[in-house]
Design a protein around this ligand. Sequence first.
Ligand code: SAM
Length: 328
Amino acid sequence: MPAEVQPSVLKLAQKLGLDIEEQNNFIESLLSGTKAQSAVVITPTAPKDYTPPFSTIPTDNLWGHPSILIPNSQDQKVGSHTDYNQGYYYPLDISSVWETAALNTLHQTPRRCLDLCAAPGGKTILAQTRLHIPLHIANEVHPKRLGILRHNLKRCGFTHLYTQRLRPDQWADQAPESFDLLIVDAPCSGQSLIAKGIKNPGCFNQSVTGGNAKRQKGILLSAIQCLAPGGYLLYSTCTYAPDENEKAMAYILKRNPDIKAIDLPALKSWQSQISDFPCYRLMPHQGVGAGGFCCLLHKEGNTDNLPELSDELLAWPVAQSSITQLDE
Ligand SMILES: C[S@@+](CC[C@H](N)C(=O)[O-])C[C@H]1O[C@@H](n2cnc3c(N)ncnc32)[C@H](O)[C@@H]1O
């Protein structure tokens, strides 16, 4: 075990409600650095009845989707085919697919979605693939990442979506109670990168996880202001730290009695053992990629008519050629 991660990883493993054997499995898988596992989403750009130029298996019935496939051999370089450049499929980590399984459980297709931390676009594409939401704004605060997001959405044929680059607090001011689905795929310490063999120095340090938790709570406090009564918020991260996961959710639930965490029967076997409300953690030794966390929140009430959105908020349809042009 590399010296720099040893004590903090051990400490983390002890906090996760795992028995000793599972703690050891977790640490071993994490430090193996071999848990990257990709999936591909077949996009609207692909021809009818398209099959990728590599062999695939379907995703699990419980948390997958017919348009999301797993390359049979993980040695496949899925990004090296012309079909990838054509946008016929979008590759992402299989844990991301698992993290959006909650969207399959919504009783009605949301009318409007705000995807607050959207670049490079994986969750946006997964949400559209699962739900075909009529009005979907993919928001990204980081200008360079916004460009990548727009490029990916356009290439893959999601041209009816909109993009934006507002901070979460600006959204709270400009679009209160305006969305019946919020997706917060939060910036996090990214501990699961280690399980993929990617260096991420300091990701287990309390100062790093604590700093991320603070930012996540801020984003979430703004996000819930944008949520219409009766709406849902999907929160996810790609880290294992309870501060950024269960504790961030507990913080929101405690301050908002009208918001509840929803049971997700499809993810029952991954239910977190360290919270008294339903939320789900995927660990690298469980065979579905490097791991992550998700929780679906529901705000009580219902809204027949969502408030109108201003023209500025809808100023950047993906179909429009470039943001630079729009800025001029
Ligand atoms: C985990 S990544 C999102 C991944 C994306 N949802 C996907 O599936 O491809 C988190 C994103 O949040 C953005 N971000 C960073 N700080 C933020 C903040 N304070 N408020 C909102 N977004 C932030 C980052 O630029 C990053 O693109």
